[in-house]
Write a protein that binds this ligand. Sequence first.
Ligand code: ARG
Length: 250
Amino acid sequence: MKKQFFLMAVLIGLFSFVLVGCSNEEKEEVLEMATSADFAPFESRNEEGDIVGFDIDLAQHIADELGYELKITDMKFDGLVGALQNDRVDMVLAGMSATEDRAENVDFSTAYNHSGEMFLTLEGSEIASLEDIEGKTVGVQLGTIQQEGAKKLQEDYDFEIKAVDNGSVLIQELLSNRIDVAYMDKAVATGYMEEQDLAGFDDPTTSSPGMAVAFPKGSELVDEVNQVLADAEESGYLQELKDEWLSEEE
Ligand code: ARG
């Protein structure tokens, strides 16, 4: 009797082991992506609190094409490269420009979008060109190429830089007069101009590198994602996404 019971237990154990094994196999592997959801129309939170935008749709497309389940983690922009370096995530889509400096620490896909830089001001501001930023306070998002760019501009113009770690806070700083100008990505700035009735002018000095997907160094995903991007370019899907999310600025 005891022996039979033992056998039964072993069988049940074995059976459930097999079951679990099966269900695991059916479940898709997870692709962990990080972003900084303070950068509409590329990534931001909608009213329901969901992260939406151009990058999110593109990431979902990448995951679908490669057969992964997409998991998104929201973090501060200046923590994204570190998250890749520590292998905490598989990829980053955050409107991140593929700069040479960053490429020392992460790998980039081919570029999927190009933008420029803009100076945003309040409507009616006396600041209407680069010369006018002398003596003013220019806000930038921490860790962005705009922060670097502003430092460069300081060689020629005398102004103060205030770096904040959140893109939405940057606009709040402008609206509440704690900065005179916000220096930011053009596609993002254009959206704010329309939404908040702000003014602004293009930065004539920059030619920033395109936005690309970032990976931990040596990631096998680079080639696979490049293929997905090339296909998306060819099929017109990438253009569809641009029309959907970025059309207003072009
Ligand atoms: N393109 C700029 C950069 O790479 C700004 C990106 C900011 N992205 C964001 N999700 N806040 O530095």
